[in-house]
Design a protein around this ligand. Sequence first.
Ligand SMILES: NC(=O)c1ccc[n+]([C@@H]2O[C@H](COP(=O)([O-])OP(=O)(O)OC[C@H]3O[C@@H](n4cnc5c(N)ncnc54)[C@H](OP(=O)(O)O)[C@@H]3O)[C@@H](O)[C@H]2O)c1
Length: 261
Amino acid sequence: MPIRPIFVVAGVGNATGTGAAAARVFANAGFRVALVARNKDHLEKAAADINKSGGEAAAFPVSAYTYSAITQLFDDIKKHDWGKPNEKAEIRAALWNAGSGIFKTFLEVTEEDINDSVQNNIVAAFAFSRQAVLTFKDNEIDEKGRRGTLIFTGATASIRGNVYTSAFAAGKHGLRALSQSLAKEFGKQNIHVAHAIIDGGILTDRSLQRRSTPEAQEEFKNNLDVRLSPESIAESYLYLTNQERSSWTWELDLRPAHEKW
Ligand SMILES: NC(=O)c1ccc[n+]([C@@H]2O[C@H](COP(=O)([O-])OP(=O)(O)OC[C@H]3O[C@@H](n4cnc5c(N)ncnc54)[C@H](OP(=O)(O)O)[C@@H]3O)[C@@H](O)[C@H]2O)c1
């Protein structure tokens, strides 16, 4: 029976950012997509939009990014009644995209903030990785020599702390360390693990609202040289997922052409 692979993406937000763009791009490339986020309404709309445009998507809301909720998630995705019974459904790619962004000076950071960052950026990502790896280990090696691909979305804060990012950078550094450890341990089992440093602002509803003046918003929206487009990041994730095992990327860094770095 032919395989139609499933792509699991955790962190779909309100469907204007990287998570939703990755879902759309992978759906266009023939993947079934399992969408994971906390807001059920946004998630169901994002899945419906993909289904309407000819893809195959299903929504898997979680109440929070906890270890137990993420662990349960993979069972639910495997048990889901995917559309075409004559095509085997196998999870072949997964993206941990959820990221708790906390931008405060160090003395403003609360216990809740640091718990939130560790929970969402590290603890939940460990659960997600564990389930992805256990799932991939059961897959046959495909024509490109792989059992599956696990990708993480990082940020500038994955490699650099800064004035407002102590809590965020601690979480993103942890996530990067996890991805590197997994790449080294599971590459030998033909599981591809990759990490992407997104070194610049991504155009989403939320990041647009963070620009303080209408002029700054206009510039951020329309000038492709100063911000990243979610679709363009998603295309890079698809590229990672298509790599043949003799030349795998562990880490990719992506930034707009005019970014100062
Ligand atoms: N926006 C930027 O300028 C920028 C720059 C560099 C890196 N990044 C990283 O890129 C990734 C994608 O971000 P995006 O901006 O494109 O948005 P996105 O793909 O729409 O989604 C970001 C996800 O992070 C989750 N999230 C946000 N705040 C959270 C919190 N306090 N606790 C738990 N989860 C939270 C949301 O989860 P729900 O779906 O459950 O709401 C959302 O799905 C994130 O990992 C982010 O750190 C963003």
